[in-house]
Structures are given as C-alpha cells and as structure tokens.
Design a protein around this ligand. Sequence first.
Ligand code: 13P
Length: 251
Amino acid sequence: MTTSITPLIAGNWKMNGLMASLSEVQKLAEMLTRGTAPRCTVAICPPATLLARISEMAASSGIVTGGQDCHPAQSGAHTGDISATMLADAGAQFVIVGHSERRAGHGESDDLVRTKAQAAFAAGLTPIICVGETEAERRDGQAEAVVGRQVATSVPEEAQAIDVVIAYEPVWAIGTGLTPTTDDIRQVHDMIRAQLIERFGDSGQTIRLLYGGSMKPANARDILMVENVNGGLVGGASLLANDFYAIISAV
Ligand code: 13P
C-alpha cells in the first residue's frame, strides 16, 4: 500500500441486489459508524435500480456510490443505456468502466472504454477503469503486455489532471476463488505505475490502483500490503456487510 494515497475499497454488486439487499447496506453503515473510522474511501456500486436509494441512505455513514457502466453520450436515443450524468444525478461519485464482463459480454473495446471514462469526467464522476488479462494470455506470458496496452488506450489523457482509478482484475481470478500471488500482483501494479509516471509525470504517482478478483476477508490484508495496491474492487464479498466490512478493516 502507498501511504500518501487514500485507498479505495469499492464493492461491485454486478447484477445482484433487490430492495431486500438494502438491509445489508444499512448493516454496513451501522458497522462503519460504530467502529473506528475506516482508513479508506468506501464505495458501493449497486445495480442502477438501487443507486439512488443507496446513495441517500448511505450518505450519513460516509459510504459513497458508483455506477457499473455508462454510455459515452450524456443523453439521447439509446434505449436501455444509462449516462454518466444520470448516475451523478442519482448520487454516484464513481462509475466502473471497461469491466471484463462488459468487454467480453458486450464487445467493449479499449477505445469505447476511453470514451466512457471521458463521459464520466464530463459528468463530474471518477471512472474506475478496469484492465486485466485472460488465463490464456497469462499462460502465454502476455499478462503485462496486454494490461499495458489496455492502460495505454483505455485511460484518457485527461487523467493527468482529473481523478481516475485503475482496477487490475485478472479475468481468470474473477469469481473463481483463484488469486495471483502477491508477487504477480506487485509486478503488474509496478508496471502500471511506471507506465502512468512515464505518461503523466508526477500525477501518475497519485492515481489509485486497485486489485480485483476473488478478494476476500482471508486474503485482503496480504494483497493490500503490496506496494502500489491502493485498494480493492470487490465482487462477491461485497454483497454481505460482514465480509465487506472485514475487507475495509484490513486497510
Ligand atoms: P469477485 O470478487 O467476485 O471475484 O469479482 C471481482 C470483480 O469482478 C469486481 O469487479
């Protein structure tokens, strides 16, 4: 962990969560207000149907919210899509863009992801830009080359001056219970950091780099200790207040 950066622990609920799940947010909010103040920003990225409700109910506990995707345009004839402006209007501060499930399931390219990040900036949101290699790419020794290419193209030039978060999520670690070794995580995060400094100078030092992929209470501490890991993007373990709180406490 790099101490001068405020870490971010963000929960990505994916396509999970009904009105009944609001009780987990309530529980987490109570745990956060009762315990010692968390040493990180805590965000929940629920499905869009719950975003406004959670933004409202969580505000007093310091929990912030984010969307899981946005359209590159701010409004218009795009049936079924949600714009960054709408997410901001519903109380979000963040938006995840380029998650591997959207890259794979919706054919999203690095160029599209970059325009979504720019739409986020335009709406006053901080994009959480996801990158990560597949199992086959890692097996072929291509992990760093793939991630380097994704960072180069998905992260817009504006990141030099506006807050942006990058999440390294190896595709093969998502929802599988598998995680890279801390040495593997360190190697990729160091490579991303070096690339950002080369491109953006000093501001490349302060961009938050999250790790995501089967982060759990049992492994969070070791992962968060790694230099250049500035927090986590948590899927399954963010759905239950107890587990998510344990990861937040690991910071
Ligand atoms: P899991 O924590 O469930 O592996 O999901 C990680 C993820 O995809 C977060 O965006």
